[in-house]
Each structure stands twice: as C-alpha cells, then as structure tokens.
Design a protein around this ligand. Structure first.
Ligand SMILES: [Zn+2]
Ligand SMILES: [Zn+2]
Length: 439
C-alpha cells in the first residue's frame, strides 16, 4: 500500500515560512493499492494531488474519495479537484450520513453561486454519492472498515486493509474519557468507546491520527473534537500499532513546534513498545508492507502513465529520515527545475525508485530499516538497466577511508559529506546527470 500526504494541516490552510517542512495544506492523503486509487479527505491538499493525477493520466479515470466529515478543512479542495472536471471519469464519494441533508446537498452547499462559480451538477465526471454508517465494505482490492469518531460533526474513521497490511485514518477525534492517567495506554481504555477506538487501531501497520494539540494546551480546548498528540501515542501503543503519523497539525504549530511535540511523543514511548512515531509532512511518501516482507515488486498501474507524462523532466529521488535535511535538499533542487521525489526511509526509496525510475538517487547512509548502502545494493541488482546504472549519491557524516570503500563496493557513485552547501549539492548532482545522460 502506497501512501502520500498532500495536506497534513488542520482547520485552515497555513502556508508560509514557518510551515514549509510539514506543510500548510489541509487534510488530503492519497492511497494506492495496485490499480485502486483512494483519496482520504479533500482539504486544500487535494488541489495539487488533482493536478498531478490529471497530468499523469489525461483521459478518464476512476477513483474513490473517502471523506471523514464535511468540515471545511476536509472538503475545501473538492471544487478544485481537477479529476472531477474530466468527462468520462467516475468518482465514488463516501462520507458519513447526516440527518436532514444528503451528501450531495452538503457538497453542493459550498459550491452555491454565493461561494463558487461552478455548481456541483456541472462537474463533468460521473459522481456517485454514498452515505455511510459504521460497517465494512470493499473498494476493489481494499477492505474498508468505518468507525465513528468523537467530533462536533458526524465523523468516520477509515481502516483500509489490503495486501496483508492495515492503515487506519482517524482524524478529527477527541478521546471520550478525560481520565487518562498513564502513558502505558491502559488508562486510555477507561471509557468503553475509547476501548473500541483502540480496537479499531489494533495491529495497524500505520495509524494516521489526529494530534492537533499538545497535552499542555488540551485543558483549554476540551470538546473541540481533537486529540492531544501524547494521547494519540498512548492509543497507538495500546493498539500495538507499528507506526504512528501525527496528523492534523494545529494551524498555530510551526515546523519547529512540531519537531518539539514529536520529541515529546517519542519520549513518552514505553521501553519495548515497538511503535515508531513521526509527524506527517506534506509531500511525504510511504510504502506500507508487512513486517519482514519484501516491498511489492510490481509497479502500480498509474505510475506507467505518470512516467510517460513526465518523461522529459529530470527526476531526482532523495531519501533521508531527517526531514530538515530533506527540506533543504528539496528547496535547493526544485527551483533548479528538477522534479524531486522524497522518501523517509530506505524501503520507500526503493519502491519509489522502481515505480518512478529516477534519473539520479540521493540517499542518506543512516536510515531506519534499510540504510542507504542496502538501497544502493538493491538498485544495482534491479533487472531494469536504467535503475541498475542510476547514479547514486550517498550523504554521510562519516568520512573515513573504510566507510568510503564500503560505499563504493556497494555500488555508490559518489559521496557528499555533511555539512555541505546547497550550491555544492547542485553542482555535484548536475555533473552526474550530465555524465549519465551523455553516456
Ligand atoms: Zn479537521
Ligand atoms: Zn472537523
């Protein structure tokens, strides 16, 4: 299952210099399983997702849009989601059933001529509306389980299961119990509905969870419908989830403040929890696979079309678990006109490399699960000759001779030792691109 975050912010878009790394767009997450496309929420992040989908596949297409609830920050991108304007396309839109108004009426409301120039009925795609309660249904190869969340509007969480992995999207949720005395997660079960919430998250390979507040802020925001990040950790620990993405960042939370909150959450982890916690960042890709399983070798269908559409643009894949370093590299390379793909770990890097066939790969040496050397070795074994020969630049803090030899033995093309200047990076990468494209 491939995941990409297009909007991670809650409440209101917050672009600007203080939110560059984690992003300013509101909730939108892309999920792909083989040929199935699922979009979780349609906040302002959906604008860029829609642009990329249409660029990659100009003709009619099919997709599923799962909306948690119809607060602005989860539907504001809907009238700007380009695939809905493509004739012949088919979209199924799902959201919780509400009293008194249909889903179509609610979505038409924000597109009333008072607010927007194009009415809902004039969207060119065929759109089918589905109003949900708690239950289970299948979207092609993906099993979807819905569960009510605690929020000041009818809201559903979605648990997606396919290929032996489970991803839970649970945003805009407040714990039912205010009694939450410990960090082991057991205190989180005081209220029966909280116990059901933990069951909903149980064993998930990835939980994307509301983490709008800090524990310190929470007493002043009771009943606003959100979870303090520290308690999201407790729920994920109690549910024995593998990874937790802090999500729905408060609009007042700067990148630096998210870093601090993340550090507090990691400190809270009990010794042997096995849970990995990170803060969801706009643009971040993840590949969710079973523990110990090799990442799926078959590229998803859409990436073939994506490749064709972007063939004439030079693509650089950058993998680093340090989001600061990733941000600096992206901010350096994108203005140069490169298409930059990012990965937060080695497994994701390898899968994205297979799907997207980049022209150059930049890898951090030290990454969780699969380090840069291991990714490089795997690339050199690929049957695709382009990947087997792709220039690989390894970023490392180590500069001694033994490590350098180890890197070259693994097939590394070049090293860049930290700290390095952005201009240095650009120059070095350009030289490898010119060499590989010329030869
Ligand atoms: Zn929200
Ligand atoms: Zn909400």
């Amino acid at each position: 299952m491939r995941i990409r975050f297009w909007g991670t912010r809650g409440s209101i878009p917050k672009p600007g210099p203080t939110t560059v790394r984690y992003g300013g767009n509101t909730s939108c997450v892309e999920v792909r399983v083989d040929g199935t496309l699922i979009v979780l929420d349609c906040g302002t992040g959906a604008h860029e997702l829609g642009q990329q989908i249409v660029a990659a596949q100009p003709g009619p297409m099919r997709g599923h849009l799962l909306i948690t609830h119809t607060h602005w920050d989860h539907i504001q991108g809907f009238p700007f989601f380009a695939p809905l304007f493509v004739a012949g396309s088919e979209w199924d839109v799902y959201a919780p059933r509400q009293m008194g108004r249909t889903l179509a009426e609610i979505l038409a409301g924000q597109m009333h001529r008072t607010y927007f120039p194009i009415p809902l009925g004039e969207l060119a795609a065929t759109i089918r509306y589905h109003e949900l309660v708690e239950g289970v249904f299948d979207l092609e190869a993906v099993r979807v389980t819905t569960r009510y969340l605690n929020h000041p509007a009818p809201t559903l969480g979605y648990r997606l299961e396919a290929d032996g992995v489970a991803v839970v999207y649970a945003t805009d949720h407040e714990p039912h119990s205010r009694h939450h005395p410990d960090a082991t997660g057991e205190g989180a079960r005081v209220h029966r509905e909280d116990a059901r919430h933990i069951d909903f998250l149980t064993g998930a390979d990835l939980v994307i969870h509301d983490s709008a507040y800090t524990l310190q802020e929470y007493p002043a925001r009771l009943s606003w419908g959100h979870t303090p990040a520290e308690w999201a950790v407790d729920f994920a620990v109690a549910a024995r989830a593998r990874r937790l993405a802090l999500f729905h960042h408060d609009p007042t939370r700067s990148d630096r403040a998210i870093d601090l909150l993340l550090a507090a959450c990691r400190q809270r982890l009990p010794g042997k929890s096995g849970l990995e916690v990170f803060a969801a960042a706009e643009g971040q890709h993840l590949v969710v696979v079973r523990p110990g399983a090799a990442p799926p070798a078959v590229p998803v269908a859409a990436s073939t079309a994506e490749r064709a559409a972007l063939l004439n643009k030079t693509t650089i894949l950058v993998a680093d678990d340090d989001t600061d370093v990733l941000a600096v590299i992206v901010e350096t390379l994108e203005p140069e006109g490169y298409r930059v793909l990012t990965a937060g770990d080695g497994d994701a890097a390898l899968q994205i490399a297979r799907d997207e066939r980049p022209d150059l790969v930049v890898l951090d040496w030290m990454m969780p699960h699969r380090d840069g050397l291991s990714v490089c070795r795997a690339l050199r074994q690929e049957p695709d000759p382009k990947l087997a020969a792709v220039p690989v630049v390894l970023i490392t803090g180590r500069a001694d001779a033994q490590d350098t030899v180890a890197g070259f033995n693994a097939g590394v093309t070049d090293y860049l030792t930290k700290p390095f200047k952005p201009s240095h990076l650009v120059a070095r990468l350009q030289s490898w691109l010119i060499r590989s494209q010329g030869g």
